[in-house]
Design a binder for this molecule. Sequence first.
Ligand code: MSP
Length: 659
Amino acid sequence: MSKPFYVTTPIYYVNDVPHIGHAYTTVAADIMARYNRMCGREVFFLTGSDEHGQKVEKAAIAGGETPQQLADRVVTRFQDLWKRLNISNNDFIRTTEDRHKKAAQHLFKHVMDKGDIYLGAYEDWYCTPCETFLTELQLVEGACPDCKRPVDKIKEESYFFRLSNYQEALLKYYEEHPDFIRPESRYNEIVSFVKGGLRDLSVSRMSFSWGIPVTGHPEHVIYVWFDALTNYLTSVGYPDDMARFEGSWPADLHLIGKDILRFHAVYWPAFLLSAGLPLPKRIFSHGWWTVEGEKMSKSKGNVVNPHDVIDAVGVDAFRYFLFREVPFGLDGDFSTNGLIGRINSDLANNLGNLVSRTLSMIEKYYGSRVPYRPEKDALSPDDRQFADLLENLHGEVTAHMNQQTFSKALDTVWQRIDAANRYIVTNEPWKLASEKSDRLEPVMYNLYEAVRLVCLEIYAFMPATAVELWTQLGLTRAVGALEDIVPRCASVTEDRVRREPFQWGWVKSTPEQQITIEKGRQLFPRIEKTEKNLETKNEVKKVEQTAPVQEMERISIDDFAKVELRTGKIIAAEKVEKSDKLVKLQVDIGTETRQVVAGIAKAYGPDVLVGRNVVIVANLKPAKLMGIESQGMLLAASDENGLALAGFERDVAPGSRVK
Ligand code: MSP
């Protein structure tokens, strides 16, 4: 069996409240895991929680709990968020688990037996909130350079790791593995840091007890970073199941934020070199999110809670935004306008339009039957060119995914979406249909394949949406669910990638075995910014999207004449109790007064409605809304700025016909 693709996130401090930064690293790992699984590789995806240390101990004591009780209580905040974000981790490791204690002690002892850990005395500045020892030089105005809080001088007996002995070995490794640390700027940063000289590292503490005891010296607990980094070994069987371990280690990818790069790119490889274990293949360090241009901090109260964003825009739109907006590796800014802008332009407009136009046309021209596949050789040069463009998509996206250049991967997909939308405009399928042209079928097949191939490439980023789109394409029923069928059909062998499902023409609907689409709910609704504004509350509203006019069914003037539109004047208005949407109106339509219940309360209060000219559908059958009879309907439109009632530029007598 080949080694699984092994991807990790940092293990998060259990006492933190998860925010967008944590979500960012974890979703990135999920994207890598899902993409690789989809390509047929076996994947092992690990995340977890970092539960030891002085901070947890102090917080627990302050709250009258044991540290373990505190950890057990708050770890669910992360686990719940990962469920909600659709994170497909294979294991969740907690550093307080026995398997992990054993692994950390084993690694520590191994390195000690090797002669790389010795007993000394430690004296330095220590920042408790950051759990970091600092040298005099690192302090900024006598305080912690990261959190700016005061530091304490600590002197205690401590075990030291001979990091200084590994300077040359590390530099050699970096040189021989230029891909080891990504992006390149971070690689350069680490190389120059290590060239500057390495001091031995204190790897045990006596000043608190909430940690893993050093075997044989229980008055020392293992330094949190030595403990935490070992989690990457624990989860794959170290030290008890070495057969499994050897089949899984090294990790292919450690995903981390730039703040914890040194621990991963200097200390961790040095520990592993000392223990004689292989080094991870790549450490990718991503940037940090600011919020509306400012650093995120509890004191500023601007910490973005992922749950709020999900409530407002949905899981997949949030996942998409994080990776489209900012190149992975650079810092980015989280803003309401950025979020809504991206969703509306990329998802609702570009992708949403392509999907709804394609599916509506298939419904209309073929009674939902997936168009038959043309022979590639028989395609016209334009259609052939478009088919080739689609077929190259997977290779291009995979190349970006292998480098974790996620925004470029998405950019590539959206270029194809744009090309497909242009293909519709240029080829005008509605004309081909009215001319009964033979070209309609190849054009529509190409569009179907465009949506299908895009669906595969967005799966890792927006899994639930892609799975649903796959069903709407009729494929779940015809071939099987995306998550089951594609990995099986696309299994990767060491040197050869089978890529059938990613090829143009994989779907074949035949007269004997027809595939039919199942148009379902609108997958990419527009998001409207509410008056209350998302900047503070993340409150946005989804707006239904309309199909492009040229694909709607045409009606005759006689059909239109059946709708009796009249002008009216609102003479009374009151809110409907227990409803935040409905108002009850009395509308003067000249010959009589009609009672109309309208869903406009969010945009118009009763006081601004009285006296207003409106357009009413006067021959609609009466209906009951929340038990109240409504004898007509008002015309209104909504866009991203909200709802607006139709009216007239001057007062028109009530009861006039609108035509
Ligand atoms: N427990 C350690 C990691 C040990 S791994 C062996 C730790 N935990 S943490 O809870 O502080 O979270 C770490 C992750 O969250 C890091 O990858 C960090 O970069 C990320 N982020 C925290 N704030 C962030 C932003 N504002 N923006 C992006 N990511 C940020 O460190």
